[in-house]
Every structure is written in structure tokens, then in C-alpha cells.
Design a protein around this ligand. Structure first.
Ligand code: GLC
Length: 583
């Protein structure tokens, strides 16, 4: 496949000029460092992903989102990029990526790259040049402010000041995340131009999908004033100033106009905290992206994403309310990106299920809750195995820099060491980042070397691994597979509208998916209607269904037939049901 001079012949990666529909997608997020290692070095590789394509295809996945695979000092595990146009040697080569793209295409799957455009690594040549020479054009690629005092009191997302002093010079640079992640200056048209060229570069390699990281941080204020402190450190969260700042959509619209060909490219923006009123600018017919991630339901257990110790005693009605609000807002504006887990979140089984409730039926119920919602489903590696969190006994065991920061922040806020560790364990980003368990061997089949991050011993003790899942027809894996297949086969489950049923018993979440056509007098029953019923209760429950016609069971997590008396359905603990109302 390599042409002369070792250069790849890029023509073979030319994308077909057919329109794709985001509604058809089922996206699986791979954390490349922890997926499958073919090198024996203890770190996942791109060749490893290529080797496991059959596994992903058999689940029904259409697009693979790879967390960043670009050269990086890995201070934030790849979310600190030092070269946007290459592959980190830990993961392999650009050739390996091209092969993965090609093999994925052969199997009808696309690759989604993760573009970290709010900031670079401090090792990126642009930043190095900016540091060396304040007169260099690269100085204006970043956000520098004169000293001698810190320009203001903002706290970075990963703790401490957002301002880092430049050694030997009287100036500071701004970083919303860690000091190793200096923010780019999007007000500079040259920066915007660089970003557009990077998107084009990857499109020419056959990439058809992009996730755009922390993209709602790109608009910075004209003046850097201090804000009212919100913590004992005298600082205020930088998210109050630099997240979702009005005007960011102007830069993003420009990028979209230049690069995001509607119908040819799939885009999803990470936009935590984006107000629902702003959605029409971001999704839908005139939106910048196809989809954006909303964290309302994912962050239900904490007051804010940057304070893990501010925990909330949530209830099922709270969860229902958040899912409903999010779905309704997305439906009004466009299309949703539905996820339960990602590389920044703990395992959903530990988060949404109480300790004694963590059983296979309950996990299947969560799967149905997510997969039947209106929007593109995103699965995170291991979610299909029902992975659980893993308790670490000392803060030294964390790799994730935010877990360590949160541990100290909880201590500063007055919690004991033990409580601080408990909060960090509940929310640590390492929970999702552990080596993927392929089997029950000592290194869970992930590597023949020493894994870069400790394996999840709790999951191992419970025999949660791909081999066990594939060997068991009743496993969660096959349940997801069936849900994915149902969604693909049925237009209403894919594209139909959604509404939620109110006044059920508090532990039930019930929603309706309907075809868009409204019935008229003559063809009264022509619209198709499904009910999705999820019980979060460990006790039997009853549900009065407002159905007008006969209903039948399509799928569920219990083998038994529907238990129904007139319109009342009885549910077993954690039962989930997909019902169809007869047309
Ligand atoms: C996003 C990523 C997260 C990363 C941060 C900074 O939120 O999902 O993993 O640490 O941005 O890039």
C-alpha cells in the first residue's frame, strides 16, 4: 500500500461521496492506551484495535471513537497533543492508523478521531517557540498576560491557578486544564486556520468522524478580572468565565463552514454545561455539530464536575427528570448523543445502581434505558461487559491527575483522608481507563507485558471479561447486541419521537417512542408506538399503561411472557421491557 518514498497512496482512502446519516450510527469509544496491546509493552496499540474489529463488528458498532492517538507527553493521557498530524509511537505509526481505517471501512465501520483544539501540550513546537521568543508569531497562538502579579484568581479545572509564570520572563500563560495544556488563542485567525487544516488533513486520510474536545472553552474574555472566590483557596472556578462564553459559536461556525461537510462528516462536540436555550446554534439543521454531549444525567451524583466531594443523594425521579429534560431539549433542537460512560466518568453500574443492586438484570435494564432513547448511542469500552468501579486503597494508585487533585481538594475542604479517598474512588477517571479485560488470565488478556495501569481486580474477581461474555448467551454483551439490532431494524426506534410517561411509581422510568406521522380518522392506527419500561426497584412494581390498543412484548431482561391484567403490567425487580402497541 505504500507508494514510492514510503509515502502512502492516499487515494485509496478517499471517502465515498455518499451521504451518511448520523441516525444510523452506534458509536463505541475506545481508550487506545487500554484496549489491546500487541507490542508487549503494556500499552494498547492501533494494531491491537485492528485485531479486535470483529469483536466490535459483532456487537453492531458502526463507528469507533478513538480517544487521542497523537504524539503526546501523556500528562493528561493524550489530551495534551504535541503533534496533530501524526501518531504517538506508543500506539504505532501513521501506517498502522491508515491500516485500521482501511480495515474498519472493509467491515463497514468508520473511525472517529478526538481533536483537542482548546489547548495543545506545552511540548508542542508552537508553544515551545512562543516560550523561546515573545516576538515569534506563535506567541499570539496562546494566551499570555503580563505580570508581575497573576492576572486574576481563576482556578483551573484540575486545581490550582489557571496562570503559569514563564520562567525568566515577567509574563504568565493561561491554562484552563493543567499547566501542561496551554490554551490556544482562538481570537487569532491563524490558530483557526491551523485547526481547519488539521481537520482537512485527517479527512484526506479517510477519517469521517470527529469528536471535538472541551470545545466550549475556546472563547476568552477581553479583560481578565478576578471573580468572587468559591473555595477556601480564594479562587473561583475558571468554568464560570471561560466555559460556554457567548461568541464561541462564531469561531466554531467558521470551522464548520470550512470543514464539516453536512452529511459527509459526523461531528460531536463536548460541551459540558451548555444551556439548552443555546442548542439550536450547536445542533439541528443550522447547527455547528451533528451532536453535542450533555452531562446533565451523567453528573447527577455531584454538584459540579470539578468538585467530586460535593455529592448529591439523588433518587430515581431525579435521574428521570434529568434524562427527560435533556431528551426533550435535544429533540426540540435536533439530535442527541446518548452516553452512560466515557473516559472521564466512573462506571455506570457503580454510579446508577446502589451497591446491593449491582446485578445482571439491573445492568440489562440500564442498557435498555440508554439504547432506546432518541439519539445516537455511544458505548464506552467495557460497558458491554458491565464493568464496575475499582476501589484503590491509596491515592498513589491513581494515574489520573484529576483524581489526585480531587483527593487533595477534598482534604482541604475538611474531609478525612479516608473520605477523600472514597470520593476520588467513586469518581476517578481511572475507573473507565483500566486495561480492557479480554479473558481471565493474570493480565486479563490485555498485554503479555506489564499493564501501564493496574487491572481492575474487582472485575476480575467477578469474572467480567469478553471471553466469559461471549461464551454466555445470557450475557450483557448479547443483550446490548440485540438492542442495537432492534434499533437498526426499526425506523421508529431509530428516528421516532420521544416522550416520557408521568405519574408512574417513583422507581420506574417509562418513555414512548412513536413514528412521526399523526394518525387520522381513516388510518387511525397507522402510527407505530413503543413503550420502554425500566424499573430501578429491587421490589416488584405495577405500571398502569395508557395504551389504547393491544400491546405485545418485543424484548426484555426476563424470559417470562408479559404479565398483564387489563392495562396494568406487573414488573419483577429491575425488569425492563420493550413493548409495542399494536397497530
Ligand atoms: C475533556 C476530556 C478530558 C480532558 C479534558 C482536557 O474534558 O474529555 O479527558 O482531560 O478535556 O483536554
Amino acid at each position: 500500500m505504500s507508494g514510492r518514498n514510503g509515502k502512502r497512496n492516499l487515494d485509496i482512502f478517499k471517502r465515498e461521496e455518499t451521504d451518511m446519516s448520523v441516525q444510523d450510527e452506534v458509536i463505541y469509544q475506545i481508550y487506545p492506551k487500554s484496549f489491546y496491546d500487541t507490542s508487549g509493552q503494556g500499552t494498547g496499540t492501533l494494531k491491537g484495535i485492528t485485531k479486535k474489529l470483529d469483536y466490535l463488528q459483532s456487537l453492531g458498532i458502526t463507528t469507533l471513537w478513538l480517544s487521542p492517538i497523537f504524539p503526546s507527553p501523556m500528562k493528561d493521557n493524550g489530551y495534551d497533543i504535541s503533534d496533530y498530524r501524526s501518531v504517538d509511537p506508543r500506539f504505532g505509526t501513521l501506517n498502522d492508523l491508515d491500516t485500521l481505517i482501511e480495515k474498519a471501512h472493509d467491515k463497514g465501520m468508520k473511525i472517529m478521531l478526538d481533536l483537542v483544539f482548546n489547548h495543545t501540550s506545552d511540548q508542542h513546537p508552537w508553544f515551545q517557540k512562543a516560550l523561546q521568543d515573545p516576538q515569534s508569531p506563535y506567541h499570539d497562538y496562546y494566551i499570555f498576560q503580563p505580570g508581575p502579579e497573576e492576572p486574576n484568581n481563576l482556578r483551573s479545572v484540575f486545581g490550582g491557578s489557571t496562570w503559569q509564570k514563564v520562567e525568566g520572563r515577567g509574563e504568565y500563560y493561561f491554562h484552563a486544564f493543567s499547566a501542561a495544556q496551554p490554551d490556544l488563542n482562538w481570537a487569532n485567525p491563524k490558530v483557526r486556520d491551523e485547526m481547519a487544516q488539521i481537520v482537512e488533513f485527517w479527512k484526506s486520510h479517510g477519517i469521517e468522524a470527529f469528536r471535538i474536545d472541551a470545545i466550549n472553552f475556546i472563547k476568552k474574555p477581553e479583560k481578565w478580572k478576578s471573580i468572587t472566590p468559591d473555595g477556601p483557596d480564594g479562587r473561583g472556578k475558571c468554568t464560570r468565565v471561560v466555559r460556554n462564553a457567548p461568541g464561541m459559536e462564531i469561531y466554531l461556525q467558521e470551522l464548520a463552514d470550512r470543514c464539516f461537510e453536512q452529511g459527509k462528516i459526523i461531528t460531536v462536540g463536548e460541551t459540558a454545561g451548555l444551556p439548552y436555550e443555546a442548542l439550536p446554534k450547536f445542533i439541528g439543521d443550522n447547527g455547528i455539530f451533528n451532536m453535542v454531549f450533555d452531562f446533565k444525567a451523567a453528573d447527577l451524583d455531584i454538584v459540579s464536575g470539578d468538585e467530586w466531594f460535593s455529592r448529591i443523594n439523588w433518587t430515581t425521579p431525579d435521574l428521570k427528570e434529568r434524562i427527560e429534560q435533556s431528551q426533550m431539549a435535544m429533540q426540540q433542537a435536533g439530535w442527541a448523543a446518548n452516553f452512560l460512560e466515557n473516559h472521564d466518568q466512573p462506571r455506570v453500574t457503580t454510579k446508577y445502581l446502589r451497591e446491593h443492586q449491582d446485578n445482571l438484570q439491573a445492568k440489562k435494564m440500564l442498557a435498555m434505558l440508554q439504547m432506546m432513547l432518541r439519539g445516537t448511542p455511544f458505548l464506552f469500552q467495557g460497558q458491554e461487559l458491565g464493568m464496575v468501579n475499582f476501589e484503590r486503597t491509596s491515592p498513589d494508585q491513581f494515574d489520573d491527575l484529576s483524581s489526585i487533585d480531587q483527593y487533595h481538594r477534598a482534604q482541604e475542604a475538611g474531609f478525612s483522608d479516608q473520605q477523600a479517598l472514597h470520593f476520588a474512588n467513586l469518581r476517578s477517571r481511572d475507573n473507565g481507563r483500566v486495561p480492557f479485560p479480554w479473558d481471565d488470565s493474570p493480565n486479563v488478556g490485555f498485554t503479555t507485558g506489564t499493564p501501564w495501569l493496574e487491572i481492575n481486580h474487582e472485575a476480575k474477581a467477578r469474572n467480567l471479561n469478553a471471553k466469559a461474555a461471549l461464551d454466555n448467551p445470557e450475557s450483557l454483551f448479547y443483550f446490548y447486541k440485540k438492542l442495537i439490532a432492534l434499533r437498526k431494524e426499526n425506523e421508529t426506534l431509530k428516528n421516532g419521537s420521544i416522550r416520557f410517561i408521568k405519574n408512574t411509581s417513583p422507581d420506574l422510568i417509562v418513555y414512548v417512542r412513536e413514528s412521526e406521522e399523526k394518525p387520522n380518522k381513516e388510518s387511525k392506527n397507522q402510527n407505530e408506538r413503543f413503550y420502554v419500561i425500566c424499573s430501578f426497584s429491587d421490589q416488584p412494581q405495577n405500571l398502569e399503561l395508557p395504551a389504547e390498543n393491544k400491546i405485545r412484548k418485543i424484548f426484555g431482561n426476563r424470559p417470562s411472557a408479559l404479565r398483564q391484567e387489563s392495562n396494568t403490567i406487573s414488573l419483577e425487580p429491575f425488569e425492563c421491557l420493550l413493548l409495542q402497541e399494536n397497530a
